[in-house]
Design a binder for this molecule. Structure first.
Ligand code: CP
Length: 309
């Protein structure tokens, strides 16, 4: 099997490669994250805020015995006006063994990153892609349903148009044979593309919730909205129409699971009752994220080591 040399998107990953990554994550967890290769330097460049992804990559790197370089945006030369492209080029010139990068919509970085000869792992790029989130989401389903993801009905609810998580999930879940449904305000649903044509669109969340084996809520990303999108004053209204309310929790199948990539707007996409619901797998996603990111780092670092022999 081809070893992953970078992870910029899930689009080049086959179903077999995704399954191999899940096996590697299982093995790492079961073996207590054995440190097989000499310590490497992993640089984390986050040009957008993050709690889960950044700390999860850091935890994964440390668990594997590697060292992590992080750059605090507010203390970097970005505040002197240095561009993100120049920042990446300078960090790459220090020759770390891998760079994990998160950034907003940036055609310049999209063009630069694949050209670097250092392994690059995408920690979330604009509204386009969040490959490791989609992989950890699918890994959570894989673990939950004992490997049987094919045919599971995954309902993704909320701000899909602005969600890099949803876009990568469409790709990974389709490759694993899951059925995908979406529900949300029309203005926040994905535009019709060849990918989204295979996706079932629900206008009524009460109906959709009864269909679902997996309910995946998404955060309303106000920071990415245009003036034409939802207005803040309609958030209470949003919760009534598109929130997971106590009534909808009752309609959701008993053996369904509830997921959310975080951060959560409590009282908007999820009622407070979701936190205590036994179907909630939100922290399992976070735990599984460390295993998936460890597997990704192990692959790209090993591929680089093999290349340099
Ligand atoms: N799910 C996710 O990407 O969370 P962070 O923005 O906190 O990394």
């Amino acid at each position: 099997m081809r070893m992953m040399s970078s992870l910029l998107s899930t689009e080049n990953l086959s179903e077999l490669e995704i399954s191999a990554l899940f096996r590697q994550a299982d093995e790492l967890v079961n073996a207590g994250f054995p440190q097989k290769i000499s310590p490497k330097i992993v640089a984390c460049l986050f040009f957008e805020p993050s709690t889960r992804t950044r700390m999860s990559f850091q935890t994964a790197a440390y668990r594997l015995g590697h060292r992590v370089l992080t750059m605090e945006m507010a203390e970097s030369s970005l505040i002197k006006g240095e561009s993100q492209v120049d920042t990446v080029l300078n960090v790459a010139a220090m020759n770390p063994d891998a760079i994990v990068v998160r950034y907003g919509n940036s055609p310049e970085l999209d063009a630069l990153l694949p050209k670097l000869d250092i392994p690059i792992v995408n920690g979330g790029s604009g509204t386009k892609a969040h490959p490791t989130q989609a992989l950890l989401d699918a890994y959570t389903l894989h673990r939950e349903f004992s490997g049987a993801v094919r045919g599971r009905k995954v309902l993704i609810v909320g701000d899909i148009a602005h969600s890099r998580v949803a876009h990568s999930n469409f790709d990974v879940l389709a490759k694993l044979g899951a059925e995908i449904g979406v529900c949300g305000p029309e203005v926040l649903l994905p535009s019709s593309t060849s990918v989204t044509q295979k996706i079932q669109r629900f206008t009524n969340l009460d109906e959709a919730v009864e269909w679902a084996d997996v309910y995946m809520g998404l955060r309303i990303q106000l920071e990415r909205h245009q003036a034409t999108d939802l207005s803040l004053k309609s958030m209470g209204d949003y919760h009534q129409h598109f929130g997971l309310t106590p009534d909808r929790l009752k309609r959701l199948k008993k053996n369904a699971i509830i997921m959310h990539p975080g951060p959560i707007n409590h009282g908007v996409e999820f009622a407070n009752e979701v936190g205590l619901d036994p179907r909630n797998r939100i922290f399992a996603q976070v735990t599984n994220g460390v295993a998936i990111r460890a597997a990704v780092l192990a692959q790209v670092l090993t591929a680089r080591q093999e290349c340099s022999k």
